[in-house]
Design a protein around this ligand. Structure first.
Ligand SMILES: Cc1ncc(COP(=O)(O)O)c(C=O)c1O
Length: 392
């Protein structure tokens, strides 16, 4: 029998990090004397706030209607008002500069499909290490992903042929936040080469110093006199901010000239958000009390865990997000295997979150640890990680 026709680009997708992790750990028996602690996945575990659940259950009648892709005007206004507050924007128009999306992941992916023109030589820039969806989005859109290793200046890259550049700030896995100077450099390159910037900011509300919220791209654009947000779209989400990853709710905001065709794309793709979820999202974006409480819980974990991680390991307090990006003295895959086998702690090898570029994989000899488990488990995991490090 002839095999079915398939989109040949599907074959270019890379194996997802968690599948590689399963393969790596096949045959490793976790130490049964110790309780298992899983810090491998960036899934928030703090409780979803009651106000979000209540708003969702009060809006179940919404299941009876087809929602519009553009979302309810009330949701768009709640999102625009939140972004104006958060980024001190003079203006962000709910009608043209904001769209609800079903979590930032689908939006990061679908945005690339709407934006990229798959001509020969089309390139999409991804940070490195990075969130693998950027690479898959680029490949399926018909572009070649190009990687910019962490720490290298933007102008070290050849930007010719680049149509889209992903930024991730705060970064997964490094937790680094792009500075105003870095945004200025990226905007200037975008002006020169015409590429679109997709700024993934789904960790923007997770940070330890209440006085220092991470700089966002919209804020940077405003400060640099680019209030029209030309060629810039920001991706945000309730998953981490409001501990609601199962709600699949986020937004995109920025250049109206890009959001209009993107809305057209989304209409065909069929990615409207249920009215029930929209109502719950309005409640979530309108409240900051639960977000501050969420930050307090993460800050307590960093305060307890960070001092425990010492030489021969190396790590630092991230600017944002809920990860520790730890440098290991041995191969990260081997470290991960021993950590599970000897200490029943699950982490993610850093090299699985990065690509070889410029002769190096910038994730090599790192592991990513997500501080999502309860505080006592995070502390115990850090102690076990240090036991392993001490035995190397
Ligand atoms: C960097 C990054 N971007 C986007 C997402 C997707 O989040 P969501 O689709 O839940 O908004 C994640 C999820 O872990 C992430 O780590």
């Amino acid at each position: 029998m002839k095999p079915p026709h398939l989109n040949p680009r599907l074959a270019s997708l890379q194996i997802y990090p968690f599948e590689r992790l399963r393969t790596l750990l096949a045959g490793v028996t976790p130490n049964p004397a110790l309780r298992p602690i899983d810090l491998s996945i960036g899934e928030p575990k703090h409780p979803t706030p009651a106000l979000v659940k209540d708003a969702l259950s009060a809006a179940l009648d919404g299941l009876a209607v087809y929602p519009k892709t553009a979302g309810l005007p009330e949701l768009r206004e709640a999102i625009a008002a939140w972004a104006r507050r958060r980024y001190a924007l003079d203006a962000l128009d709910a009608g043209t500069q904001v769209l609800p999306v079903n979590g930032s992941r689908e939006a990061l992916f679908s945005f690339a499909q709407a934006i990229v023109d798959p001509v020969a030589g089309a390139k999409v820039v991804c940070p490195n290490p990075f969130y693998q969806i950027y690479e898959g989005a680029a490949l399926l859109a018909g572009a070649t992903p190009v990687f910019l290793n962490d720490g290298l200046p933007f102008d070290s890259l050849d930007w010719r042929g680049v149509q889209l550049a992903f930024a991730c700030s705060p970064g997964n896995p490094t937790g680094r936040v792009l500075s105003l100077a870095q945004w200025r450099a990226l905007f200037e390159l975008s002006d020169r080469h015409g590429f679109v910037i997709a700024s993934d900011e789904c960790y923007s509300e997770i940070y330890c110093d209440e006085a220092k919220p991470p700089l966002g791209a919209l804020d940077a654009a405003r400060q640099l006199g680019r209030a029209d947000f030309r060629r810039l779209v920001v991706f945000s989400s309730l998953s981490k901010r409001s501990n609601a990853p199962g709600m699949r709710s986020g937004f995109v905001a920025g250049d109206a000239a890009l959001l209009k065709p993107y809305l057209l794309y989304r209409t065909y793709h069929g990615s409207a958000m249920s009215h029930s979820v929209q109502r719950a999202s309005i409640a979530a974006w309108n409240d900051e009390v639960h977000v501050r409480e969420n930050r307090r819980l993460y800050a307590a974990k960093y305060a307890a865990v960070l001092p425990l991680i010492k030489a021969p390991l190396q790590t630092e307090m991230p600017d944002g997000g809920f990860y520790l990006w730890i440098r290991t003295p041995i191969d990260d895959g081997e470290f991960t295997r021993r950590l599970l086998g000897q200490y029943n702690v699950l982490a993610l090898p850093g090299s699985y979150l990065a690509r070889e570029s410029g002769g190096a994989n910038p994730g090599r000899n790192h592991v990513r640890v997500a501080l999502v488990a309860p505080l006592d488990e995070c502390v115990e995991a850090a102690q076990r990680i240090m036991q392993l490090a001490g035995s190397l």
